[in-house]
Design a binder for this molecule. Sequence first.
Ligand code: MSP
Length: 518
Amino acid sequence: MSGRNSYYITTPIYYVNDKPHIGHAYTTLACDVLARFKRMDGFDVHFLTGTDEHGQKVEKAAEKAGVAPIEFTNAVSQNFRDLAARMNYSNDDFIRTTEERHKKATQALWNKLVEKGDIYLGAYEGWYAVRDEAFYTETELTKGPDGKLIAPSGAEVDWVEEPSYFFRLSAWQDRLLQFYEDNPGFIKPESRRNEVISFVKGGLKDLSVSRTTFKWGVPVPNDDDHIMYVWLDALTNYLTAVGYPDQECESFKKFWPADLHMVGKDILRFHAVYWPAFLMAADLPVTGRVFAHGWWTNEGQKISKSVGNVIDPLQLVDEYGLDQVRYFLLREVPFGNDGDFSHNAMVSRMNNDLANDIGNLCQRVLSMVYKNCDKRIPEPGTFTEEDQALLDAAKAMLPTVRGHMDNQAFHRALECIWAVISDANRYVDAQAPWALRKTDFARMETVLYVLADTIRRLALICLPVMPESCSKMLDLLQIPEDDRSFESMDKALASNTELTKPAGIFPRFVAPEEGEGA
Ligand code: MSP
């Protein structure tokens, strides 16, 4: 929320029916970059991720593996924690829906909805897709290749008939539409907002929120035959993690309502229709924004287990490097659009944007400083117009990038940063400090100073995206830990600081077979 100094950002909590893939890594990465950016910008950040462990899909997966659901979820949930560590995610909490704190929060929310008259007992008859854990109407279904009915997502549906509690979603239609109108920034991107609005305008039916045909879930209070619908359970995680039902605790007061729920486009409806309705019904303030990002394909093909082209993020990191993958995922595709992962595109970003553009800039400038300036950051003389132009461009980056980050436009933020990298590279070529070394040493010192300070700003602003590499850049420049926030952005580089020997930070891609011989 604007005007406050806290920032609460969440990823979806991931189903534990399978191991993590690129989609999971992508959603969490986007949140990680925003969380890191906001922390550097002075915000008190709470960044939450975790696992969604209940529901029929997980129960079935455990059964298939021949183990008890909890044993199964313990193991798979750990894979997501491991992914977070390997991807260098800076999450402040990792929630599991099988935790006691979550059961307590979910049951409290349920009781509140019952108390408000928004939950009633009825019977459900209709189509259900276990893969999506979602109900579908007949009109949404089509015939699949084998003649079976399938949901718009491609998931198979089953006919379900059982007693069920319902949430009075139909009663929230007008209030939801009013909410969207009053809060135009609630759903992003804009095209997704329009989709949601027309879905809601099309009419909302009451939502079945309990199941009786399996057991793996949070029990409905006072009715042991029912467990809660997994989406009601799952969405509540965002409240659990900040202390709900205790609305007076410090974390709840500081962080609720959340600022941003980051989700993939496939789960927007749950977050932008059901969730605000649940929250309003429970008299709770609604999250500031739900952003729906697009989906990745692999070399032009839809990713699917049956095709066998699922992308393992850990494998990508092993092959191309962690920061290279982090950069690629956020730079390659306008955030919000679908995108294609290809080896060639990855290598091109790695070699061009990273090794050539920023890597070479850093390497050649710092080596020149190291060799020619007695290993110290030189003292600058008076700045020329060209010097000032580069310094100004570097200074102007932060407000622009901040604006893009606040709009979740990572690609634009990176474009803007890379424009300054190009300016800096052009400036090196035009100023030719290697020639000045012989003709005008003092001028060479000024040029190298301007460049080193620009590199400092670049390293700081890229730190949220490439924390490891940019920390190394800042280490090379001997920037103290305390000066690694945006507050210190305008604190010019100290002359005379002694540098350590520069080392390359952004390697070029080496194909495995070339690597072996080398
Ligand atoms: N458990 C629910 C979310 C509950 S949140 C209260 C869920 N889990 S999931 O494991 O299926 O979530 C996956 C996340 O990964 C979603 O945001 C989804 O959009 C994203 N992706 C899955 N495949 C993807 C791609 N191929 N590309 C990009 N993201 C994709 O849904």
